[in-house]
Design a protein around this ligand. Structure first.
Ligand SMILES: NC(=O)c1ccc[n+]([C@@H]2O[C@H](COP(=O)([O-])OP(=O)(O)OC[C@H]3O[C@@H](n4cnc5c(N)ncnc54)[C@H](OP(=O)(O)O)[C@@H]3O)[C@@H](O)[C@H]2O)c1
Length: 328
């Protein structure tokens, strides 16, 4: 048995980095050894709080740390591409927060760099690795829904208007689509693959980034997805996959609720309960380590080509709603 332990380095010390460090501590085969921050104070504070012994005052120093096997990139979205590239070029395995990058071009560059170096790379779309999502995939694979016709997903959260928050800041990739809509687009992609046609609408927040965005995605075989997201209201945060034999509903919030309801065409209801979760960020880390143990450079649960395709769908939605970020 391969009982290797993997040594993690966390790049960026914000909210999600703290949640990830907390959940990582629950995995016996993972060890948090290092943290990298833009500032010595940030590295020191985070290192002390989560027991990371190596506290680097730059991202460059973190990726150069020989004691680090895997780097987890947890900066705001525009920082993902440069930081992940640094880590890839240093030969590290890399897990990159969602959205993987700001756009598909950046995503393609990271994928090409990782493939050129045969280094592991994965998008940290943590929900993909939750037990209830695995159950969704199993039900689809066994044909429990018949032919899927429609996927409907809504992801809305209320955020206070705050010009200093990265969520509203265009220079930090703010807006509903990249932060929240990504969960809906990724879910639709998991079920239906790449759309052949996209129709999008949006209304802006007070800073000009998107506040409420909706899209219709058309797929081959007469299949549709409806995705809608807002950062101005708490949504139902449910998802439904509607097939010719049955529909499968993921309860609120669809990306972390353990409950799934399968309703047959004749209204026979079956309820599935996955193990209850608190945050569930460790499952993606477990997947990284499983892949590394098996000598894989990417995960078949969140393949890199699919990550690029998801970013291309997001690009098309943004093109239609007229939302560009600095440098685009
Ligand atoms: N998986 C999830 O559920 C989830 C949830 C929330 C966010 N996220 C994703 O994780 C990423 C980070 O989100 P967050 O909410 O953790 O953000 P955050 O609290 O603002 O933290 C981001 C961290 O990145 C570093 N950073 C580098 N450049 C920065 C810049 N120009 N401005 C501000 N911080 C900068 C900072 O750490 P140092 O100063 O120490 O370098 C900062 O603490 C986003 O891409 C987001 O989409 C994922």
């Amino acid at each position: 048995m391969d009982d290797r332990r993997f040594r993690w380095g966390i790049l960026g010390t914000g909210r999600i980095a703290a949640s990830f460090a907390t959940d990582l501590a629950r995995l016996p085969d993972a060890e948090l050894v290092a943290v990298g921050s833009r500032s010595p104070e940030g590295a020191e504070r985070f290192g002390q709080q989560f027991g990371a012994a190596h506290r680097h005052a730059s991202y460059e120093a973190l990726v150069a740390d020989d004691d680090v096997d895997v780097v987890y990139v947890a900066t705001p979205h525009p920082g993902h591409h440069p930081a992940a590239l640094l880590a890839i070029e240093a030969g590290k395995a890399v897990l990159v927060e969602k959205p993987f990058t700001v756009n598909a071009e950046q995503a393609r560059e990271l994928v090409a760099a990782a493939r050129a170096r045969s280094t592991f790379l994965m998008e940290a779309m943590w929900a993909r690795f939750m037990p209830h999502y695995a159950h969704v995939r199993a039900l689809l694979a066994e044909g429990a829904l018949g032919d899927v016709r429609t996927v409907i997903v809504d992801h809305g959260q209320w955020f206070e208007r705050d010009a200093s928050s990265r969520l509203f800041d265009r220079t930090l990739g703010g807006g509903a689509l990249l932060d929240l809509g990504i969960y809906a687009v990724s879910f639709a992609s998991m079920v239906l693959g790449t759309p052949t046609r996209v129709l999008a609408l949006s209304d802006p927040a007070f800073t000009g980034v998107d506040a409420t965005t909706s899209a219709l995605l058309q797929h081959d075989g007469g299949r549709h997805a409806v995705v809608t997201t807002t950062l101005e209201a708490t949504g139902s945060n449910r998802a439904a996959i509607i097939g010719t034999e049955a529909r499968l509903e993921l309860h609120s919030r669809f990306y972390r609720s353990p409950t799934l309801t399968l309703t047959s065409r004749d209204d026979v209801v079956e309820v599935f309960e996955a193990p209850a979760e608190t945050r569930g960020l460790r499952h993606q880390a477990a997947e990284v380590m499983r892949c590394l143990r098996e000598g894989r450079t990417e995960s078949e649960v969140m393949p890199l080509d699919e990550t690029v395709s998801i970013m291309a769908t997001m690009d098309e939605i943004r093109r239609q709603i007229g939302l560009a970020y600095p440098g685009e």
